[in-house]
Design a protein around this ligand. Structure first.
Ligand code: SAH
Length: 348
């Protein structure tokens, strides 16, 4: 297996059959080997710098009904909220003061936020903070909508593909949603010049090794600037309430493989990873991740953006989250920087 890891490191690609072998024959030793190599590659590309993104969860209304997600429309227990434009700008103001130079607006697919409203918010943020990057993460939209946001100034877009296998996708989502549409959105986003983020949940119900092989092959083909992965964690008010969570070891191993396959990729150590283990995010960085995304949402709404049970940092002010992460990163020899943290195209 070490030979396959070396090959992935050198050639940044494996065949489907090789990925399958690598994913189906895990051992502590090869896991460790991949993670150390990936940590080295992260350092070669990004040094000891860790980029931060200020996450603003601006609405938990959602028209979709994804079986895994705590803010799905059928969850009657979710207390719905949406931030006003002023609230959002206030989050940015606080974030800017704390050194954030990327803001991520994430939310459910909320019809209240029409294209005009999104465009207006994007324009205002970019006007007030021209030195900041703005990322949207608001789901599947039409090409026209994506173009309008882009023209208004949005720089990046996060849209995890969730799983690359169409049959697995259908088991995680109701019939009206399709993996093909999601992939097609991702291709459009790339075409429109967004720095684009895809990604999948680790250990989502019924996930097989074959599904994961497809995830890696799809990501290689899409060649996104960002990849978000994190463990699936059950939410009590969803159809998957009794399903097991994704594991720490699996997540760290896949992070490592992603760093080896896409050396320059912007790879967050996610909140979900920090939720399943107190040092999850640190271990994520030491396995190749180079981004952290602390929460900038007002504390009053934090607990309402519950995608899964037990989500961490829902009681802390933005400043506390920022400092806590800086300290955590320092302890592992890294430094959180005040920087837009754009994708680095590697010199040949
Ligand atoms: N509506 C936006 C944002 C979705 S929430 C969109 O469609 O892209 C952001 C991510 O949280 C999702 O893409 C999903 O991968 C993750 N997520 C949702 N429910 C989860 C759960 N129960 N456990 C772990 N991750 C979850």
């Amino acid at each position: 297996m070490k030979r396959l890891i070396d090959k992935l490191h050198q050639e940044q690609m494996l065949t489907a059959e090789e990925f399958h072998r690598l994913l189906a024959n895990r051992s502590e030793e090869t896991d460790q080997y991949a993670r150390e190599l990936a940590n080295q590659v992260r350092q070669e590309v990004y040094g000891n710098k860790i980029y931060v993104r200020g996450l603003i969860e601006f609405t938990n209304y959602c028209k979709n009904d994804c079986y895994y997600c705590g803010i799905r429309r059928s969850n009657q227990n979710a207390q719905r909220y949406r931030l006003t434009e002023e609230d959002i700008l206030e989050c940015c103001r606080q974030g800017y003061e704390l050194g954030f130079r990327t803001f991520v607006l994430q939310g459910g697919e909320d019809g209240f936020f029409t294209d005009d409203r999104i465009v207006q918010i994007v324009r205002k943020i970019k006007e007030q903070y021209p030195d900041c990057a703005l990322t949207l993460s608001i789901g599947e939209k039409s090409e026209e909508s994506y173009r309008a946001y882009r023209e208004a100034g949005a720089d990046r877009y996060l849209l995890r593909h969730e799983t690359a296998d169409p049959r697995h996708y259908m088991r995680l989502h109701p019939l009206e949603m399709s993996g093909e549409n999601r992939k097609s959105c991702l291709r459009i986003l790339k075409k429109l010049g967004y720095q684009t983020g895809a990604g999948f949940m680790v250990g989502s119900p019924l996930q097989t090794v074959d599904d994961l092989v497809e995830d890696f092959l799809f990501l290689k083909e899409l060649d996104p600037e960002m990849v978000g992965i994190g463990p699936f964690i059950a939410h009590q008010d969803t159809p998957f309430c009794n399903e097991r969570s994704g594991t720490l070891d699996d997540t760290l191993f896949y992070l490592a493989l992603l760093r080896l396959m896409l050396p320059n990729v912007l790879l967050p150590a996610t909140t979900a990873l920090g939720t399943i283990h107190p040092r999850g995010r640190e271990m994520g960085v030491l396995s190749g991740a180079n981004v952290v995304m602390p929460n900038l949402s007002p504390v009053s709404v934090r607990k309402k953006y519950m995608l899964y049970d037990g989500k961490i940092c829902t009681g802390d002010e933005a400043a506390e989250c920022r400092m806590c992460l800086s300290r955590r990163m320092e302890r592992i020899g890294c430094e959180v920087v005040t920087d837009r943290g754009d994708y680095k195209k590697r010199l040949a």
